[in-house]
Design a protein around this ligand. Sequence first.
Ligand code: FAD
Ligand code: DHB
Length: 390
Amino acid sequence: HSTKVGIIGAGPAGLTLALLLQRKGIDCIILENRSRQYVESRVRAGLLEQNTVDLIRELGASERLDKEGLEHHGVYLSFNGVRQRVPFKELTGGRCITIYGQQEVVKDLIQANLDRGIEILFEAHAKHIEGIETENPSIFYEHNGEEHELSCDFVAGCDGYHGIGRQHLPKDTYNEFRIEYPFSWLGILANVAPSSDELIYAYHERGFALHSLRSETVSRLYIQVENDDTVDNWSDEKIWEELSIRLGTEGWKLQSGPIFEKSITPMRSFMIDNMQHGRLFLAGDAAHIVPPTGGKGLNLAVADIRFLASALTNWYDNQDDSLLQSYSQDCLRRIWRAQDFSNFMTYLFHKQAPHGSFENLLQKSKFDYIGISKAQATTIAENYVGLKEI
Ligand code: FAD
Ligand code: DHB
């Protein structure tokens, strides 16, 4: 069978691309490795930038997000028990972030795709891509135990870090950059009201901790652990005790409750400096990974898609390939900014050097500077809510 744009992956990137293309009358099909139930329950990010919320609204898929998403106008930063707040409104001209779980975003976007008649083939495993240097590439995939070929004009590799899209970019067309951090995050979801009205990012001499939330009754928290650690080492009691110490500040108490999800995520920065070749275009985690400390992963994926959808629309409407040509360069400005900010937040809040060492005292000085300097607080606020200009 055939379509105009063959999309590999039904994550935030693939699902938003399909909706944007469909609006312009450009046919597409999404191939997704996993079952619908699996992708809708995969627990990941929760922080949406204003741009991301705006796009979901534009796509007419924001009914639940508008009701259940929680707008935040500031964030707490903590260093060994000293807490300060960075307000967004006054520092960014009124921008804010919205807390809404990635699996809820994915559910809403899948429903919107199906409502508009876009075909999503679940449990369809893309195995290889041929002909990206021709005008008629094909994706070969397996579905229900049978091999199929999807012939298209363009292939969008929205298939995440472990996908096949990136493997089909010729090795001599890009440089690759990578940092593997010497720590991981243990993330939990718990049935307990959040103990804070806004997120808390905390450095503590025992390690990083983050207090986030999903709703008025569900809290989401993270804690820095060793790379070789396992969830079996962390009883519920030990997790709450450690979070309470790391997030603690005078006159504040962390409420605990039943934990219903625990998982460990490694931390890496990964980049390629070209995201396209011929008729193959990569977007989202397929092309870049940021450590989660800046809350940027999902937002970057959606930002890539804005450029890709405009470029493809311009090609179909006007036979103009200039935006396709500049696609990688257009995306990379924002990606590098997010790489830098995510790396900055990671080094600022994680324990990586002994308490009281030179490196650790630099961390403390950077933290103190946020409270002293409006310029530094603004730098954090504008990167955190997401820059409008790139
Ligand atoms: P994905 O959401 O990964 O979607 C890619 C899709 O492609 C998947 O559904 C996959 O099943 C499918 N696929 C892969 N290979 C194939 C194939 N061969 N054929 C067909 N389909 C295929 N970001 C934050 O900002 N904060 C966080 O706390 C955070 N936590 C995270 C925790 C984990 C465990 C992970 C993995 C990521 C986390 N992220 C976080 C990052 C964020 O979730 C991603 O940046 C975001 O999902 C990127 O969206 P995407 O659409 O590019 O990729
Ligand atoms: C969440 C995750 C993040 O990585 C982050 O920086 C902020 C919030 C979350 O899951 O809620």
